[in-house]
Design a binder for this molecule. Structure first.
Ligand code: GDG
Length: 724
C-alpha cells in the first residue's frame, strides 16, 4: 500500500550527546503534533536531520535502529554541511531574503553548492524508503530543491511542499543568484502550500517571471502536468493548550508566579532570538510607554522570553547584544526596589511553565517585523481559559489575516504600538471577552489537525485533476494506433495549427519561421496526406513560409484559404466588413502608447494586441484593462474579444477555424482525420471534427480534443512516426 513520507530539515526529536552516549528528546512543536496522526500510522515515516553530527558508523547504525522504532529515519549531516547548508545558505541567504532583510543576505557560491549537495542527500535518503506511488510531503525553505530532485527519479509520486516562512515579492527573489534553480526545484511538487494568500501570490508571480510558467486560478501549467498553489494557514493543537492551561500543575505555577510579581499588569513576549521578530523595536516602544505614562510605573511589567537560536551567526550575536543593552537600560532607568519593568529570560521553559506564562499575562505583545504565521499568538489565545486578555499582533505576521480581533499594529510604527499597549491596558473586560471568544472560535475550528486534513485532501484533489488530464495523454499505445490507422488510410487529412503546435513561441512572432526539420516533416506528410496548416497568422506570412509546398493553408483563423491544387492565389472565405476597425484601433493604439513593448497586428478580419515583449505584470495589467474596454466596445459592433497566448484579439465571431475546416472537408471522403492545436482558437477546429477524428491539444488544459500532448516537440515526434 502507498505510504506517506514526511520530510523536514529537522526530525521532531533532538539528538544529544550525554556521557559518551546519545539520547533523544522528542519535540513537542506544533508541526510534530499535527503530523503525528500521519507519520505514526501504518508504514509512514518522517525523514530528517536529527539535529546533531554523528561521525562514528557504529553509533550511526545504533541511531538508525532506535529512530526506526520511533517511525523516523535520519539524514546525517557533516559539520561542513551544517555550517554551509544550514547556517550558511538556509539561514544567511534564504531566511533573510524571505523575511525582507536583504541587508543580511550572503551570496556565497560554496554555500549554494552545499545546499544542492544536502538536498541531494535528503533525496537519496528518501529514495531508499520510497516506492513509486508514495506521497512525499516536504517541509520548508531548507529543502526547496528536493521536490524536483524527487520528481526526476519518481515521476509518478505524489509530492507536496509546504513553506512555513513568508514568500517575498519578486523584487527580493530576483536578488538571489540561484533563483531559477530554487523555483524550478519547488515546482517539482504537485501541491505547493503557503500560510497566506500574499505568499502564494508572490510565489506565482516569481514563477511566472523567472521560469516563464504561467498560471491561472492557482494552477501552474507545467510542461507535462498542472501544479496547484494554495494557502493553508497553519493552526495549533488548540485542545492541548486549553487543557494544559486548566491543569492543576499549570495553575499551581500561575499562583506561584503571581505571588512573586504581585498585583501588576503583565505583558508577555515570546520569540526565538531573531531579527525578524522585532524585539528591539518592541523594547523601544515599551520604553516610550513608560516615558509617556508615569502613572504606569510600578503597575506594569514585561515578561520577555527569548529562546536562544542561531547564536553562531554574526547578525544574531549582534542582536543578542543589542537586546541585552536595551533591557539593561530600561531596567536601570526605571526599576525600584519592588518593581522591575522587564523580566528578561534568555532560555526556554518547559511546556507547563510556558502555559503558565500565557495564562498569567494580561497582554501578549506579538510584533514581528515579518513572520510566516506565528504560533505564539495563537497559543496565547487558546490558553486564555477565562476568556480575558488582549492580543496585540503585528500586521506582518501571517496570523494577522485570521486574528482580526486582535489589536493589529504596524511594528515599525512606534507610536501605534505604544497606543495599542495603552489601549490593551485599559480595555474593558467585556470587550476583551468578545474579542477572545471570537478568536478562540476560529482557532478551535481550524486547528493543526484540520490543517493537515485540508492539506492532504487538497493533495488528493490535485492528483485527481492531473489524472483527468493525463488520462487523455498521447501515450505509446495511442501513437501506435494513430500510426497504423494513418498507414492503412487511403485519403487522410491533417489539420495542423502552427504556433505552439509545430513550433515554440518566440519573442518576435516573425522569428518563428519553419526550421529545416519542420519543413522536411511537412513535405514527408504531404506526399501521403492532405496537410492543412490552419493558423491565426496572416496569409502573407504563411504563404511566404510554405511557398512551393504541396499543402493547403487556412490563414487568419479561417478568413483566407489557399488550396494546393489551385494555382490561384488566396481565396477569401468570408466576406468581411472591416468598418469597425478604425474605432477599435484608436483604443488599442492608446494602450500601445502606455505600454512599452506592446504592438498591434492588423489582420484581414481582426486586430491583435500583442504584449509578449512587455514587462510581465504590466502586460497582464494593461491587457485586463484593454480587455474590459474592448468588451464594452465590442457589443456595439457585434464583435468578439478573445484572450490568447500573450495576445488579445478582437474579431467577428462567425469567422473561426472550425467553420473553415468544415467547409474545406465538404464533399470529401476522408478515412483518417487528425487535428492538432494548442489554444482556444483550435477548440473550434476540434468541435468541427467528425466523430472518428483524432484531435489533440498541446499542453495540459481542459479541451474538446480527445487527447492531450505535452509540447510541440512531442507533436513533431508523433508526425515523424507517421512518415517513418
Ligand atoms: C516557523 C515560522 C510559523 C517558544 N518558546 C518556548 C516554546 N516556544 C514554542 C512556541 C511555538 C514555537 O516555539 C514558535 O513558533 P513560531 O510560529 O512563533 O515560530 P518559528 O519556530 O520560527 O516557526 C513561523 C511556524 O514555522 C509554523 O509554520 O508560524 O512563522 O517562522 O510553538 O510555543 N516552547 C516551549 N518553551 C519555550 O520557552 N516549550
Amino acid at each position: 500500500m502507498a505510504k506517506t513520507i514526511i520530510v523536514s530539515n529537522r526530525l521532531p526529536i533532538s539528538l544529544r550527546h550525554r556521557n559518551g552516549r546519545f539520547e533523544f528528546k522528542p519535540s513537542a512543536g506544533g508541526l510534530a503534533t499535527g503530523l503525528g496522526s500521519i507519520y505514526k500510522t501504518g508504514d509512514n515515516i518522517w525523514i530528517g536531520w536529527p539535529g546533531n553530527t554523528v561521525d562514528d558508523p557504529e553509533q550511526r547504525a545504533e541511531i538508525i535502529l532506535e529512530l526506526h522504532e520511533l517511525k523516523m529515519a535520519p539524514v546525517f549531516l557533516s559539520r561542513e554541511d551544517v555550517e554551509q547548508f544550514y547556517e550558511g545558505f538556509s539561514n544567511e541567504t534564504l531566511w533573510p531574503a524571505f523575511h525582507y532583510f536583504t541587508q543580511y543576505m550572503v551570496y556565497n557560491p560554496e554555500h549554494w553548492e552545499a545546499y544542492v549537495r544536502v538536498n541531494q542527500k535528503f533525496c537519496e535518503a528518501i529514495l531508499k524508503k520510497a516506492d513509486p506511488d508514495d506521497t512525499i510531503w516536504v517541509h520548508d525553505y531548507q529543502l526547496l530543491l528536493l521536490p524536483q530532485m524527487l520528481r526526476e527519479v519518481l515521476p509518478n509520486a505524489t509530492i507536496a511542499f509546504f513553506q512555513h516562512i513568508p514568500f517575498p515579492s519578486y523584487e527580493i527573489i530576483r536578488m538571489i543568484p540561484w533563483r531559477k534553480e530554487l523555483l524550478e526545484g519547488v515546482c517539482g511538487a504537485d501541491l505547493i502550500g503557503f500560510h497566506t494568500y500574499d505568499d502564494m501570490r508572490h510565489f506565482l508571480s516569481a514563477v511566472s517571471r523567472i521560469t516563464g510558467l504561467s498560471s491561472e486560478s492557482g494552477y501552474i501549467q507545467a510542461e507535462n502536468r498542472i501544479i496547484n498553489v494554495d494557502s493553508f494557514p497553519m493552526g495549533i493543537d488548540y485542545d492541548k493548550f486549553a487543557k494544559q492551561a486548566k491543569s492543576k500543575k499549570t495553575q499551581n505555577i500561575v499562583r506561584d508566579f503571581r505571588n512573586q510579581v504581585g498585583d501588576q499588569k503583565l505583558i508577555l513576549t515570546i520569540d526565538r532570538l531573531d531579527y525578524s521578530k522585532g524585539i528591539p523595536q518592541r523594547l523601544h516602544a515599551f520604553n516610550q510607554l513608560l516615558l509617556d505614562h508615569k502613572e504606569l510605573h510600578g503597575k506594569v511589567s514585561m515578561i520577555m522570553i527569548v529562546v536562544p537560536s542561531r547564536d553562531k551567526v554574526q547578525s544574531y550575536k549582534e542582536l543578542k547584544e543589542e537586546i541585552d543593552l536595551l533591557v539593561g537600560r530600561i531596567n536601570s532607568d526605571y526599576s525600584t526596589l519592588n518593581w522591575v519593568p522587564v523580566h528578561y529570560f534568555y532560555r526556554s521553559f518547559p511546556f507547563e511553565e510556558l502555559s503558565a506564562f500565557y495564562n498569567l499575562s494580561d497582554i501578549a505583545l506579538v510584533t514581528p517585523l515579518r513572520d510566516g504565521m506565528n504560533l505564539v499568538c495563537k497559543e496565547y489565545v487558546a490558553s486564555r481559559t477565562d476568556q480575558t486578555g488582549v492580543l496585540i499582533l503585528s500586521e506582518m505576521a501571517g496570523a494577522s489575516k485570521e486574528l482580526q480581533d486582535a489589536i493589529l499594529v504596524n511594528p515599525n510604527d512606534q507610536r501605534g504600538v505604544v497606543d495599542a499597549i495603552y489601549q490593551a491596558l485599559t480595555m474593558k473586560l467585556a470587550e476583551q471577552k468578545a474579542r477572545v471568544v471570537s478568536m478562540q472560535e476560529t482557532l478551535q475550528k481550524y486547528d493543526v489537525f484540520q490543517w493537515v486534513k485540508v492539506f492532504m485532501d487538497r493533495v488528493e484533489h490535485v492528483k485527481g485533476k492531473q489524472a483527468e488530464l493525463t488520462s487523455k495523454d498521447v501515450d505509446a499505445k495511442v501513437i501506435t494506433e494513430i500510426q497504423s490507422k494513418f498507414k492503412s488510410s487511403v485519403s487522410p487529412v491533417l489539420f495542423l495549427d502552427y504556433d505552439g503546435t509545430l513550433t515554440g513561441f518566440t519573442a518576435n512572432p516573425q522569428d518563428a519561421s519553419p526550421d529545416s526539420e519542420l519543413r522536411a516533416l511537412i513535405k514527408g506528410l504531404s506526399t501521403k496526406a492532405q496537410v492543412v496548416i490552419i493558423s491565426g497568422r496572416d496569409k502573407d506570412t504563411l504563404g511566404k513560409w510554405f511557398k512551393g509546398m504541396s499543402i493547403d493553408m487556412i490563414a487568419e483563423h479561417g478568413v483566407w484559404v489557399k488550396h494546393k491544387e489551385s494555382k490561384a492565389e488566396w481565396e477569401l472565405y468570408a466576406d468581411v466588413d472591416a468598418s469597425w476597425k478604425e474605432d477599435i484601433r484608436k483604443v488599442m493604439e492608446y494602450y500601445v502608447l502606455r505600454t512599452p513593448g506592446a504592438f498591434i497586428e492588423e489582420k484581414h478580419h481582426s486586430l491583435v494586441w500583442h504584449y509578449r515583449k512587455v514587462e510581465s505584470g504590466l502586460g497582464d495589467l494593461r491587457m485586463r484593462e484593454l480587455f474590459s474596454h474592448l468588451k464594452y466596445m465590442a457589443r456595439g459592433h457585434n464583435l468578439q474579444v478573445l484572450e490568447g497566448n500573450m495576445v488579445l484579439e478582437i474579431k467577428r465571431p462567425d469567422i473561426n477555424k472550425g467553420r473553415a475546416a468544415t467547409s474545406l472537408m465538404k464533399g470529401h471522403e476522408y478515412d483518417f482525420v487528425l487535428a492538432i492545436g494548442d489554444d482556444w482558437t483550435d477548440e473550434d477546429t476540434f468541435k468541427a471534427m467528425p466523430k472518428n477524428a483524432y484531435s489533440i491539444r498541446v499542453g495540459y488544459a481542459y479541451t474538446q480534443a480527445n487527447y492531450n500532448i505535452k509540447s510541440f516537440r512531442q507533436v513533431r515526434n508523433l508526425l515523424a512516426k507517421l512518415i517513418q
